[in-house]
Design a protein around this ligand. Structure first.
Ligand SMILES: Nc1c(C(=O)O)ncn1[C@@H]1O[C@H](COP(=O)(O)O)[C@@H](O)[C@H]1O
Length: 143
């Protein structure tokens, strides 16, 4: 099956921070893909990913980044798919910078933001969204 959840992280160093998300999605039997895309060094690559996501069968996007975390907001500006943001603790401000950068989106481009390092809840939220049109997944979530 092709993935329904696309997970982007801003850096290779962030990959371990989304393991709580990928482990949960695995447990729910949800197919996902994980890619490293950095909007600061390669904004075109982030735009391309977000702009083609729906056509490639993705239904929910999850973006995790620390510090000046513009990744989720940029993705949200380029797609109508639901976007979940995971602010990561990194640098000197403990993730508060990433939290504000992720959550404070303008009207019309929401990012559903979980807690700092809240990777597991991002998976739960993504699965809940998918379960709206997938009764078998809904049953697995209840169980
Ligand atoms: N906030 C972003 C974005 C982005 O928003 O696209 N890309 C990387 N980063 C963050 O910068 C920090 C250092 O990244 P590097 O490891 O690439 O130097 C990480 O916390 C990453 O999430």
């Amino acid at each position: 099956m092709s993935p329904t959840v696309g997970i982007l992280v801003g850096s290779d160093a962030d990959l371990t921070s989304v393991e709580g998300c990928t482990d949960r999605l695995d447990g729910y039997g949800v197919e996902f893909e994980v890619e490293v895309r950095d909007v600061h060094t390669n904004p075109e690559s982030v735009s391309e990913y977000a702009g083609t996501a729906r056509a490639r069968g993705l239904k929910v996007l999850i973006c995790a980044a620390g510090m000046a975390a513009h990744l989720a907001g940029t993705v949200a500006a380029r797609t109508d798919l639901p976007v979940i943001g995971i602010p990561l603790s990194a640098g000197t401000l403990g993730g508060f910078d990433a939290l504000l950068a992720t959550v404070q989106m303008p009207e019309g481009s929401p990012v559903a933001t979980v807690a700092i390092n809240g990777a597991a809840n991002a998976a739960v939220l993504a699965a809940q969204i998918l379960a709206l049109s997938d009764s078998e997944l809904a049953e697995r979530l209840e169980g």
